[in-house]
Design a protein around this ligand. Structure first.
Ligand code: MN
Length: 196
C-alpha cells in the first residue's frame, strides 16, 4: 500500500504564482487519486509492496501494464514535482549544479529558456524535465505519465504542464505559468541534491 506523501509546504505557500485552490485540487484530488488508483490495481499483486521507482521500470512499455504504470508514474512524478518547487525558490543554483548547467547549456539563462520551451511546447498533457543522461544534463519533455526514470535517466527537476497544474490560475496561458515557476519557485537546491 502506498500513502499520499505530505506536501512539503502549506497549500497557500506558493501564492501568488500557484494559488491554494490549485494546490488543493492538484495535491488533494489529482495526486491522491493516482495513489488510490495504484493501491486498487496493486493490492494482491507482485507490485503491492514494491517501491514506485521499481514498479515504473518494470511496467514501462508493457501495454498490459499500462494502468499500473500510469498511476505509479504519476504518483512518483507528483511527489517529485512538489519537491521541485520551493516558496523561496528561483534565483541561482548552487555552484556545483550551476557549473554543470553551464557545461551543458552554455549559461543558466539558456538552460531556463530551453526548459521553458520544452514545457510550453509539450503537446497536450505532460511534463518538462531537467535530467541527467549519463554525465550530461538535458532538457526533456514527456507525455501524460511518462518519466525519465522509464528511459534510464536520472531526473533532477520537473514542471507539471498538465492543464490541472495551471488552468485555474492561468487558463490557457501555459507560458505565463511556466515562466513564473522558473523565476519564483524552482527549487535548485533539490535539483542539486539529485545530482549527488
Ligand atoms: Mn499534475
Amino acid at each position: 500500500m502506498k500513502t499520499l506523501p505530505p506536501l512539503p509546504y502549506g497549500e497557500n505557500a506558493l501564492e501568488p504564482v500557484i494559488s491554494a485552490k490549485t494546490i488543493s485540487f492538484h495535491y488533494g484530488k489529482h495526486h491522491k487519486a493516482y495513489i488510490d488508483n495504484l493501491n486498487k490495481l496493486a493490492t494482491g499483486t507482485e507490485y503491492e509492496d514494491m517501491p514506485l521507482e521499481k514498479i515504473i521500470v518494470e511496467t514501462a512499455g508493457k501495454p498490459d501494464k499500462a494502468a499500473i504504470f500510469n498511476n505509479a508514474a504519476q504518483a512518483w512524478n507528483h511527489e517529485f514535482f512538489w519537491n521541485s518547487l520551493n516558496p523561496n525558490g528561483g534565483g541561482e543554483p548552487p555552484a556545483a549544479l550551476k557549473e554543470k548547467i553551464e557545461a551543458s547549456f552554455g549559461s543558466l539563462d539558456a538552460c531556463k529558456k530551453e526548459l521553458a520551451a520544452a514545457a510550453t511546447t509539450q503537446f497536450g498533457s505532460g511534463w518538462a524535465w531537467l535530467a541527467l543522461d549519463g554525465d550530461k544534463i538535458k532538457v526533456i519533455k514527456t507525455g501524460n505519465a511518462d518519466t525519465p526514470l522509464a528511459k534510464g535517466m536520472k531526473p533532477l527537476l520537473t514542471i507539471d504542464v498538465w492543464e490541472h497544474a495551471y488552468y485555474l490560475d492561468y487558463q490557457n496561458k501555459r507560458a505565463d505559468y511556466v515562466n513564473a515557476v522558473l523565476d519564483k519557485l524552482v527549487n535548485w537546491d533539490f535539483a542539486a541534491d539529485n545530482l549527488k
